[in-house]
Each structure stands twice: as C-alpha cells, then as structure tokens.
Design a protein around this ligand. Structure first.
Ligand code: FPP
Length: 256
C-alpha cells in the first residue's frame, strides 16, 4: 500500500516540555456559522465536535488538566433560543461522552455558578462529576455559567466569612491562601491559555490564574480548531521563554 501523503498524515506532537494545565477560550462559533449562512447554533454544534476531538487529544498526549470556557455568566444574556441550544449541546455532551470520559480515566468537573444551570443539565453534570471523581489521568474542567470576577468575589466572601468566624487572621491571607479559595484550587498552575478566532482579550476568564500563563491566540474559529492546530499552539508555548518576572539570564542559570 502506498505511504500516506503528507496531507493525510496524522498530526503528532514531538517530544518536549508539556504544559500541565491548558485552558481554552473557544470563540468564533457564531462567525463560523454566519460565514456559511447557517444559524449560530449550528456553529455551536460544530464547536461541540471540536471539544470532543481536543479532549481526547489532550488526554492521549499527557496533558494533566484541560479547562474549557463553555458558557460564561454573561452568556445568559444571549437570545433564549441560543441559550437553550447551548444547554442541549452541553447535556448531549455529558450523556454521550460518559463512556469516553470513564474509559480514558478523565475526571470531569464543572466550575462557575453551576446552580444556575437547568435542573436536568445540573443533575447530569453532578452525576458525571461523582462518577468520574476518582479518575486521575486528566482533569477536564468545564467552565459553565462562569465568570472570573464573580469567582474572585465569591472567594473574597468565603475568606471574609472565615475571618469573621475567627478561623483566619487577615495577616494570614497571602497569594497561596487566596488560590485555595478559587474554583481551580485542585488544578496545576495554568501554563497555557489559548484563544481562538483572533480576539485579543480574556473575556472574564481565569483572570487570577492567568497571571503567568503564556497566551496563544489563533485566528482559527473554534469549530475548525483541530488536533493539528492544538499541537501548533503547544509548539508556540514551547518557543516562549517563561521568566516569571525574572531576567532571561537568571532563568537560564536556574535551569543549569
Ligand atoms: C463563543 O463563540 C462560544 C460559546 C459562547 C459557547 C462555546 C460552546 C461550545 C464550544 C459547544 C458546547 C460545549 C460543550 C462543552 C459541549 P461565539 O458564539 O461568541 O462566537 P462569535 O464570537 O463568532 O459570535
């Protein structure tokens, strides 16, 4: 049989440093659909297909944590039909991907104001969270009804309650402690934040966690985001020099 042509070759990720925690702002579903004369929700449906491909790709390549911005607090303000379609896609995902998640030993977690989700979606989310909680090969976090400022406000409220209860002194509050009040407390530090569709903003996503993350923006619209593009974002991450506020020379010395 003839060898596969370069176009058909399966994309692979070469050896090298892997980001432990990757988060993705999955943007551009609406534009993808509009460019094709389709309804916006058809872009979301294609976006859900991309989610499936990227979750298994991340797992197969040893990523410890993948966090996806699936629905923001502000998205509740979209037309009700679009919101309903998104909730249906989410429910379908939680039902249909159950076996893939369990077979691949992925732990699924929802973060955000998840209590605002429709009861049947929330029930399925809680079911899969519970069922997958001992899985330890990768944590898939779905940010649902999520907002980063809202997360920080909630963290401050919990901290204030602990101080008021005498469980904590104000002087005891530092970065590490505040980090433990965030939804992401059990995840590794965020290394790489990817945004699709070319927009240069964080859109209220992981503002605290992204302090030292490398940000990679691709022009590809989310429904077209595939394995090859995912690997190209990781390659871009590998080309960056992470200095965490130090000089390049200091970082090189620390590595020696
Ligand atoms: C942003 O694109 C995307 C969203 C608001 C929803 C993301 C949802 C999915 C990818 C599918 C469902 C998720 C799961 C986990 C199954 P946009 O609509 O703002 O695009 P636009 O900027 O082009 O209008």
């Amino acid at each position: 049989m003839a060898a596969a042509s370069p176009e058909e070759a399966e994309p692979t990720l070469g050896p090298g440093l892997l980001p432990r925690h990757i988060a993705i702002i999955m943007d551009g579903n609406g534009r993808w659909a509009e460019q094709r004369g389709l309804h916006r929700w058809e872009g979301h449906a294609r976006g859900a297909r991309a989610v499936r491909e990227i979750v298994t790709t991340a797992r197969e390549n040893g990523i410890q944590a993948l966090t996806l911005y699936a629905f923001s607090v502000q998205n509740w303000g979209r037309p009700s039909e679009e919101v309903e379609r998104l909730m249906t896609l989410l429910l379908d995902y939680l039902v249909e991907e159950r076996d893939t998640i369990m077979d691949n030993e992925i732990r699924l977690v929802g973060i955000g104001q998840t209590q605002r989700l429709p009861a049947h979606v929330l029930k399925q989310l809680r079911f899969l969270e519970e069922e997958s909680k001992a899985n330890d090969k990768m944590t898939l976090t779905l940010a649902l009804s999520y907002g980063s400022r809202e997360e920080i406000v909630e963290a401050c409220q919990k901290l204030a309650r602990d101080v008021a209860a005498g469980a904590l002194a104000p002087e005891g509050i530092d970065e590490r402690l505040l980090d433990r009040y965030m939804y992401t407390r059990e995840l590794p530090p965020l290394d790489l934040l990817i945004r699709t569709s070319g927009e240069l903003r964080l859109s209220n996503f992981l503002l605290w966690q992204a302090a030292y993350a490398e940000i990679v923006v691709t022009d590809v619209l989310w429904p077209d985001f595939d394995k090859a593009e995912f690997f190209s974002c990781i390659d871009e991450f590998r080309r960056r020099e992470r200095r965490f506020g130090k000089t390049g020379a200091q970082v090189t010395e620390e590595l020696l």
